[in-house]
Structures are given as structure tokens and as C-alpha cells.
Design a protein around this ligand. Sequence first.
Ligand SMILES: [Zn+2]
Length: 228
Amino acid sequence: MHWLEKWLLPSRCVIRDKPSEQLDLSSELVASWPVPESVCPCCCEPCSEASAGSVCGTCLLNPPAFDRTQVGFYFDAELVALLHAFKYGHQMAYGRILADLLSSRLEASNIDALVAVPIHPLRRRERGFNQAEQIAMPLAKALRIPLIRGAVKRVKNTPSQTHLNKAQRQRNLKRAFAVEAERFSGVRRIALIDDVITTGATMQQLAQAIKADTGIDYVESWAVAKTK
Ligand SMILES: [Zn+2]
């Protein structure tokens, strides 16, 4: 940030409403959020330190359509408040804050392009924006990786998934996405971006649809936060 801009508009933590160094979030607050350390690389579920880096039993038994999951944090009350304000409180600017937080935690060197998880046009109209896209745009810029826009569409307006279990969510999401294969030409390895990962059912369905319809053979799923 330019020094004058910084002097005129000093950063303030949007959660604690106190001055902060640069992120619009206090660094102490961010440091208190739980980060994935010992995890299965495929699904990012926590595991013992000894088995960190090896694929977990669940993924071995039922290999997901995505090849790797990377998230910034596990859910924490204040992070959930921030995500909630971003998604439902029309705080679109928080997308950049979340992208900043995420970008420093990702290993992105083998990814050719990013794709934001789409929401149904009706939901987009209600909310005014797609939260995943608002994170993916600044993230693409920070990582210098192109963002492929409009190549996947949500064709089924699925009801809120919050109260469904994993099997119900997967049924609910069947044929939920349409893929424009030609938009992926020349791209082999992508990362799907969402604000949060809960059961992973959305990522699973979208990765499956993209791999089935295009030449993409490697998909990572990325999100700011994940349930533990
Ligand atoms: Zn796993």
C-alpha cells in the first residue's frame, strides 16, 4: 500500500475493530486460528503425526475425484463470523482479505489455472455475487495463475446443504454442474476454489464432472476453511 494511503486509511482488524499491521485483520487473531498440520493430503482430514502425508483409509477405500485438498484453516468462531459477514452481510471486500490469508498458505507451483465453484444464477441474484469467485479473483492475481471464468455452471439450484449428511448431499448434487469443455483446452492441472469445505461433496461432484468432460487429469480443492 502507498504510504500516504496507509497514513490516511490505517488498517483496522475487521473482526476486533483495532488497528492492525496490514491485513485488515489482527495478526494475533489469525495466529490463533487452527491450521491443518498432520493431514491426509487428499482430503485434508487431520491424522496422527506419524501418518501425516499418507493418504487416509477413507480416501484409499473411496478415492475422491480431486487429487489434493489444501485449506488455510480449520473452522474457528471468529473466522466463521468473518466468512458469514462476507457471504450473507454483503461484505464483498472481505474476499480480498480471505484471498490474502489463503494465498500465503498454498503450494500452487503445479497448478495451471483456477476455477471458482459456481453458484446457481438464482442464488447469485439473491446474494449479488458468488463468494467463491470473490476469493478466486484476488487469489489468482496474488498467485499469478489464470482464473478460468464461466466454464462451469451450476444448473441445479440445490437447497441449502447445511442440514444434510454426506450421502444426502451427494444425491442432492447429482448432475448439479454443466462443464464447457473447450474453455479448458490446453489446461491439465486445476484448483477449484470455494470459501469453505464441509463434507467435500460439492468439490467431489464438480471435480468428477470436470474430469469426465475435459482433458483435466489433476484437480486440487482449495478453500479458506474446513470443518475438522
Ligand atoms: Zn483422506
